[in-house]
Design a protein. Structure first.
Length: 290
């Protein structure tokens, strides 16, 4: 957790890259991943891809799976080559929610004293841009996981929903908050109170996702978006992400003040100098992430 609290600048310094250049089931520490596949993609191997891989349970987000996602995010966060991260699932399911079988016998004390599933929040604290590529079901915690990401792309057959009410509970990882901010009160209320799902096109129309692609093109399109982001200054991208995220937390005046300070801060970077010089000299900028 401590590593996630470091400043963007220290996180973006190149360090020893973990061994995740091709699809492997090893994390940086050498420990095996059981529930996810991790690789680096893109022409310059600068997009980290985490694929949820628990097909028999439609990628239900058991504790072990979410801990592995956290470890993979940690590794990409400190990997100086990686400029963006994609989280995806299978064609059938991004994730069908938190693992109901794992939750079934918990009581209030277990949840409260153990701060049940608090570590899920790690996805929303990563400083590098994270893109969710959602095919199939994104239900309950699956929809919440997608909404923790910075950009959501959907495959044409994606379905989004918060069906917790049908299980006698309510969203617990931001569903009532992020969904409402994304789609507005009436649709969010309808989804949370009825458990009804929306399809990819409804999700696009309501602002939950930014692009819809054919199922088989979704992940490569998300990687392309990641490559585009990764070609910019990682340092300045982290500032841009911080500024946009502040819009959900601060008043307009506070948000504008923070934005202005971050804008001013870009003038302390070599990359801002390089970006403007490259424009004036009619050449492509070469950012060094400092
Ligand atoms: N948890 C555990 N197992 C699951 C889950 C799940 N969420 N979803 C599917 N599975 C399992 C099924 O049990 C089944 O396993 P098995 O073959 O061993 O019986 C397998 O996946 C395939 O599922 P189905 O046979 O049901 O497949 P269908 O195609 O018939 O249906 C559905 C697909 C519609 C996705 C259906 O599986 C379904 O409704 N799943 C549950 C969806 C749901 O209710 N999700 C919300 C869960 S609660 C939640 O996410 C709360 C989050 C709170 C986070 C708090 C953080 C602090």
């Amino acid at each position: 957790m401590a590593s996630l609290c470091r400043s963007a600048a220290s996180l973006l310094k190149p360090r020893a890259a973990p061994a995740v250049r091709s699809a492997v089931r090893l994390c940086s520490s050498g420990a095996r991943y059981e529930y996810i596949l991790v690789e680096k993609r893109g022409e310059r191997s600068n997009v980290g891809v985490i694929q949820l891989n628990r097909p028999a349970a439609l990628n239900a987000l058991c504790d072990g799976l979410m801990k592995e996602v956290g470890r993979a995010l940690d590794a990409f966060e400190v990997d100086g080559d990686v400029g963006a991260i994609v989280i995806t699932g299978s064609d059938r399911a991004f994730a069908a929610g938190a693992d109901i079988k794992e939750m079934q016998n918990l009581n209030f004390q277990d949840c409260y004293s153990g701060n049940f599933l608090a570590h899920w929040n790690r996805v929303s604290t990563v400083t590098k841009p994270v893109i969710a590529a959602v095919n199939g079901f994104a239900l309950g915690g699956g929809c919440e996981l997608a909404m923790m990401c910075d950009i959501v792309y959907a495959g044409e057959k994606a379905q989004f929903g918060q069906p917790e009410i049908l299980l006698g509970t309510i969203p617990g990882s931001g569903g009532s908050q992020r969904l409402t901010r994304a789609v507005g009160k009436s649709l969010a209320m309808e989804m949370v109170l009825t458990g009804d799902r929306i399809n990819a096109h409804e999700a696009k129309q309501s602002g939950l996702v930014s692009k819809v692609y054919p199922v088989d093109q979704l992940v490569s399109e998300a990687v392309k978006c990641g490559e585009k982001i990764a070609s910019n200054s990682k340092l300045v991208s982290a500032m841009a992400k911080e500024a946009v995220n502040a819009a959900f937390e601060l008043t307009l005046a506070e948000g504008n003040r923070l934005e202005k300070r971050l804008f001013h801060a870009t003038f302390a970077t070599d990359d801002r100098r390089e970006g403007m010089a490259a424009f004036v000299e009619k050449r492509k900028a070469s950012f060094q992430d400092k």
